[in-house]
Design a protein around this ligand. Sequence first.
Ligand SMILES: [Zn+2]
Length: 460
Amino acid sequence: MVLSAAASLAPAQIRPAAGAPKYVFFFLADGAGPAHLEITRQYSRQIHNEGFTIVDKIMKEGSVGVMTTDAADSLSTDSAAAATALAGGCKANIGALGVCADGTPALSAMELARRRGMRLGLVTNAVVYDASPAAFVCHVANRRDYAAIVNRYLELEPYVLMGGGKDQFLPKSQSGSRRTDETDMVAAFEKKGYRYSSNKPDLERAAGGKTLGLFSLRDMSFELDRDKHNEPSVYDMTRAAIKLLHDRNPGGFFAFIESENIDSAGHLSDIASVIQDYREFDRAVGLAYEFYRKYPRDTLIIVTSDHETGGLGFTLALRDLTSTKGDNQVAGTGADLKKIQSIGISLRKASQILGRNPTPEAVDKLMKDHFPGFTLAPEYKEAIVKRQPISRTLFTDSTTQALGMMVANNTQAYWQTSAHTNQPVLVAALGVGADRFRGYYDNADFGKKLKALIEGKTQR
Ligand SMILES: [Zn+2]
């Protein structure tokens, strides 16, 4: 069910409001709490001697806030309720997209930007109809109403729409389709003047005009598994999006750019993927920072998260279970970051390699091929072969959970759960209106601040 569209589609005036940013970048590191950010920053510094744009540029030159993440009906949120709060400024129930807890559709900051004639960009490495991008422009009571979300995109005509999720655009009879009808949504977008792109070389050729980019049937690849020649990363998509959104555009733009892979890696207790995907996301933020340096008086960059996933952190652990004394304790160090660097595939891929009935020999081969120098405790090997969950904080498969625990035991980067937690997240803001995002506030109040800013209203 689609609730009546909250925003009129026709732009009311073709310019940003006075005092409002002309160019808005909203970067969402899905599932990234302060620990994800800090571990990646430490890794970049210690392993590559590189800075971290979000911290070293956006936070240092701009402002930092702390934001609560709870949903209306739960202490730990999902991405739908969280994105509804961030985009629409109201508390929402788990699963609701752009609909407040009282049932009213939440007019979003992006819809307000659209009314002002600003171009919209939605970029994600999730499926494009996933909760976070969808909540920024859609109003549906159930986040799994994918057809309604794709229809809303077609109606709204964002200037740039990029990510995974081709399965909801192909007609039912085509292989890979998950649609329930024969509508060809790619053709429907092309009919509205969109250029369609399905791989990285083609995206790099895009010079201007409305663009639909669908680069995989479902979620896009983790950085560790990505085909670097054919599949664009969040950085590649951001670079293309900035070019397209900025091209011959007096009206400005609002770009939503998300890395869903950070959240997905958290669900899989995959520290190596968290780090590699966060680094790629940070490079994308770097592109916006370069843009800001050219247009400092017109640009706002916000970098934040919707919630924390996994309860992550480096910690003390015991070498074995013989004693709790200090000499049997180990703490995370730079050597552990080096071990993480040696991991060459995601845990999702590792689990796929082992398949449904992993033999002890297949597990040994996987360890030798992809986790050199890592030790797999006998109880985890048994859990994989017998397909038994190790603990009740498991929301993925038993193989991934055991491998995640194996990596934790070898690196001291531990996870509390494979689901979302109630931790607050950081908000980094730089440019026009960035001062408004200082302090400690609720995620719905963040949405109110952002909407007021787009409308050129002074802060309440
Ligand atoms: Zn999640």
